[in-house]
Design a protein. Structure first.
Length: 202
């Protein structure tokens, strides 16, 4: 049965936003923890211990406020962008599905050098097709024949469980970020086994 991810799922964006907020909050907290007590002790007529305590409390409060505000702002930005991309690729998907059956598809980022290129990935009967959107520096398309796939891995990274590594016959590893990478790997493997059987019977 054909399946797609035409609805924007907020789960991955909440995780990404939380991670970004925590990182920014931690950076601000470190600076505030260092300079806060110094400022309190030098700018206020209080003793060293009191200034240190006040400075550290202020550092924690400021760090938490920055973490929450950055998480909210980042979430709103990427979710708006994701919704727009989802709507545009839904149109593309409908056109492609009229030409050839699509067994699975969804939003995907393709790692090209240091850039994570945003776009959409489609699983056809015998190949993967990746198409980037137009808001990237490295706009591109990619076809991966299923018979060229020698392995798949879904490594978990810090606050990131969206990685799908695809190892090809020539040794290259194409890295994608997708929603539910284990589901993607299972769908690809299903089609791969069918292609393998068809080639065997040919």
């Amino acid at each position: 049965m054909n399946q797609n991810q035409s609805k924007t799922k907020i789960g991955p964006y909440i995780k990404s936003s939380a991670a970004y907020g925590l990182i920014m909050g931690a950076i601000v907290w470190i600076f505030a923890a260092i300079f806060g007590p110094i400022y309190c002790c030098s700018g206020l007529d209080i003793n060293l211990f009191t200034g240190f305590v006040i400075g550290e409390v202020l550092a924690i409060i400021i760090g938490l406020l920055v973490a929450v505000s950055c998480s909210i702002i980042f979430f709103m930005l990427i979710y708006f962008f994701a919704r727009r991309a989802t709507k545009e690729f839904a149109v593309v998907r409908d056109k492609l599905a009229q030409q050839e059956p699509i067994f699975y598809d969804g939003a995907a980022n393709h790692r090209v050098g240091k850039e994570s290129v945003g776009g959409w990935m489609f699983l056809y009967g015998d190949r993967l097709y990746y198409m980037s959107h137009m808001w990237n520096n490295q706009v591109h398309e990619m076809y991966i024949p299923l018979q060229d796939i020698k392995g798949m891995n879904c490594p978990k990274k810090f606050l990131n469980d969206t990685t799908l590594d695809i190892t090809l016959a020539d040794g290259r590893v194409e890295q994608f970020a997708v929603y539910e990478p284990k589901v993607w790997a299972a769908r690809i493997n299903e089609r791969y086994q069918m292609v393998k059987q068809m080639l065997k019977n040919a």
